[in-house]
Write a protein that binds this ligand. Structure first.
Ligand SMILES: C[S@@+](CC[C@H](N)C(=O)[O-])C[C@H]1O[C@@H](n2cnc3c(N)ncnc32)[C@H](O)[C@@H]1O
Length: 362
């Protein structure tokens, strides 16, 4: 970590007074309890009911009439809301605070919270085991798989919805701006490596009349992607190639642009180098490699770095046990080791993505 990052995110100093620090320590001690209580406040409609009352606020008796919980339960949740500064109280009126506003109305907060609740929460009990073993011990909550990727389509409906909404929220927002950079490279055929449900492939085909796209992903994802491509009427322009990138020895080489979005973060450093070398020896010499990923050191705000560092533990505990959202210097080193140089490095695409445009060194 450079000095600049430690300062940007406030990691260079002990920011609390002793009194603040003991309060923060208690929050950590009780975080899972607070989290579940705030999720309950949202799900039972208490937050919405307070929000709808506006700046004037709403009394306990009025909340009781609108919410189908006992007064005991409502009182408990309101007290938690006050303790977490999600709501505040003026005379006898409860009013939604700014934190409550974001919990209710900010889409990013919503997808993060649902991902934590529906995918991570129960699994995180096994985090220490995962850290010690290097395998995703928390995945057993959902079933018996080595990694989460072949399991994605078989997750319980709610968990599956939260996983895909979380994944798509970040990449979907960056696709338009990323595409404006990709367009300038004038590709004729893109390989979308780890193309998932086909969103980027469909976006590209819909925004360029003669571009071809090939999706490379695990067979489980290709089955779903094919349905989406067919629904979009793009069978002629998008084809697919089911493959496990970790066992493949060679890849097809028709593309002039190789694209990987939120993909390499799914692998350990050794695996990233393996995949990059595989692409290097398969691709045409003048083809371009474009990587869109999230680096915790490139975030404009502390909340960005914090969210990425938290999500890294999802990779540890559930996804595969050995990957994370990396510091950008790790990707630089992997690319160099695999024989690539970075021609362009573009930060701050939408919600904190970085786009690396790379070419073969030799
Ligand atoms: C986090 S998703 C990224 C999805 C998409 N590119 C995006 O930007 O939203 C990672 C994708 O990598 C695929 N994947 C994971 N391991 C793989 C492997 N060993 N071989 C091929 N694809 C793999 C997963 O199936 C999944 O579709």
């Amino acid at each position: 970590m450079t000095e600049q990052e430690t300062i940007r995110y406030g990691y260079h100093r002990d920011r609390y007074t002793a009194l603040d620090a003991i309060t923060e320590a208690q929050k950590i001690a009780f975080y899972p309890i607070f989290f579940q209580a705030i999720v309950s406040m949202r799900n039972t409609g208490i937050l919405t009911c307070i929000d709808q009352a506006g700046k004037k606020g709403i009394t306990f008796e009025e909340i009781e009439k609108k919410i189908s919980l006992s007064s005991y339960a409502i009182e408990l949740l309101l007290d938690i809301g006050l303790s977490m500064h999600v709501i505040y109280k003026s005379d006898q009126y409860y009013i939604l605070g700014k934190v409550g506003h974001y919990l209710l109305h900010d889409k990013m907060t919503e997808v993060n919270l649902n991902f934590t609740q529906d995918i991570c929460y129960q699994s995180m009990f096994y985090l220490q085991d995962a850290l010690e073993s290097g395998t995703p011990e928390g995945l057993k909550v959902f079933g018996d798989w080595k990694t989460i990727y072949p399991a994605l389509q078989s997750l319980p409906e709610k968990a599956k919805k939260s996983w895909f909404e979380f994944d798509h929220f970040y990449s979907d927002h960056s696709f338009p701006i990323a595409f404006s950079h990709i367009e300038q490279l004038n590709p004729k055929h893109i390989y979308d490596v780890g193309g998932n449900t086909g969103k980027w492939a469909i976006y590209c085909a819909q925004h360029s009349t003669d571009l071809k796209v090939t999706l490379l992903d695990l067979p489980e994802q290709i089955t779903v992607a094919k349905k989406n491509i067919n629904k979009a009427g793009l069978d002629e322009r998008i084809d697919s190639y089911p493959i496990d990138l970790l066992t493949a020895k060679m890849l097809p080489n028709k593309a002039d642009l190789w694209w990987m979005s939120q993909f390499l973060d799914c692998f350990s450093v050794e695996q990233i180098i393996y995949i990059l070398k595989l692409i290097h020896r398969s691709m045409k010499d003048d083809a371009v490699l474009c990587i869109m990923d999230l680096f915790w050191d490139r975030q404009s705000f502390e909340a960005g770095a914090l969210s990425l560092n938290a999500t890294s533990l999802y990779f540890t505990c559930l996804a595969n046990g050995n990957s994370r959202f990396y510091h950008s210097k790790v990707f630089y080193q992997c690319l160099h080791d695999a024989g690539f140089y970075i021609e362009k490095d573009i930060d701050n695409l939408s919600y904190g993505h970085t786009l690396l445009i790379c070419k073969k060194i030799n």
